[in-house]
Design a protein around this ligand. Structure first.
Ligand code: HEC
Ligand code: HEC
Ligand code: HEC
Ligand code: HEC
Length: 165
């Protein structure tokens, strides 16, 4: 006869709970063991200094600070490329940063002759911001590029630094 068989005479009362308590002890043991393993792995994996000042590792700040700077910032670009800056300031791209289109160019700004940048790939660049997409704010200028451009590159009609020229 099965141990777990239905026994109506014990159905009522606290005794039944203790009779079948094996069901509770086994998952409890598994749970405690899992918790123990979790705590051991956690202690091994989390760096010692974590939480010294807050919910982060203080040394991470130094590591981030030591990464090379890849963006020059457009103040730098404007100092040397006055013409492009003037063209841009007069048009709708006045508030689009140089490096939003040209990519990170700190190395070029530091040594222009040694790191001459490639010009942006217009076929992909304009589409990235202007392709029609229902998720964009309706006020933002968008076109279905394939229909709008008729297969021509965008800069055969728009000057990138001032798109209405
Ligand atoms: C210190 C002056 C200086 C700074 C700062 C500078 N540039 Fe230049 N840039 C130059 C010079 C000089 C050239 C021409 C290099 C050559 O052809 O040998 C050039 C070339 C370029 C070209 C390639 C032009 C072409 O016809 O192929 C692009 C694009 C460009 N710069 C963009 C930028 C952007 C964007 C920034 C800001 C992140 C920037 N530059 C910062 C001096 C500078
Ligand atoms: C909206 C995107 C966009 C922005 C913003 C932008 N550029 Fe350009 N830029 C381009 C594209 C695209 C070309 C290449 C045009 C081509 O292939 O004829 C280019 C070309 C250049 C050139 C090469 C010479 C020329 O005029 O064709 C220089 C230098 C340059 N950009 C500098 C800058 C600087 C400096 C800024 C910020 C003041 C800037 N650009 C902002 C897209 C942009
Ligand atoms: C990084 C995003 C970005 C890229 C890349 C970009 N644009 Fe723009 N563009 C803008 C923003 C922002 C505006 C201004 C929108 C506004 O005034 O509300 C704008 C405005 C315009 C307008 C004027 C629309 C109007 O309202 O009259 C034209 C045309 C245009 N862009 C064409 C281009 C072309 C062509 C390229 C590629 C050379 C390009 N854009 C690349 C962000 C971008
Ligand atoms: C054959 C010429 C031509 C080509 C190629 C072209 N455009 Fe235009 N585009 C125009 C004209 C004309 C207008 C309307 C007048 C204006 O805004 O300058 C316009 C308007 C726009 C506008 C503003 C739309 C609005 O709702 O205000 C955007 C954004 C734009 N173009 C992006 C692009 C992009 C991105 C490309 C490349 C995929 C491109 N254009 C290629 C001629 C062209």
């Amino acid at each position: 006869m099965l141990h777990t068989a239905y026994r109506p005479e014990k159905e009522m009362g606290l005794r039944r709970i203790f009779t079948d308590s094996g069901h509770l002890v086994r998952p409890a043991v598994v749970l405690i063991a899992a918790l123990g393993i979790f705590l051991i792995i956690r202690a091994l994996v989390i760096p010692k200094a974590f939480g010294q000042y807050g919910h982060y590792r203080p040394a991470a700040l130094m590591e981030i600070r030591q990464r090379p700077i890849v963006y020059a910032g457009q103040d730098q670009c404007v100092m040397c490329h006055d013409d492009e800056a003037k063209t841009r300031a007069a048009g709708k791209h006045a508030h689009v940063a140089c490096e939003a289109c040209h990519g990170p160019l700190a190395s070029h700004a530091n040594d222009p002759a040694a790191h001459v940048p490639k010009l942006p790939d217009v076929a992909n660049l304009c589409r990235r911001c202007h392709e029609k997409d229902a998720a964009k704010p309706p006020g933002f200028p968008q076109v279905v590029t394939a229909e709008h451009s008729g297969g021509m590159t965008c800069n055969s009609c728009h000057q990138p630094h001032n798109p209405h020229l």
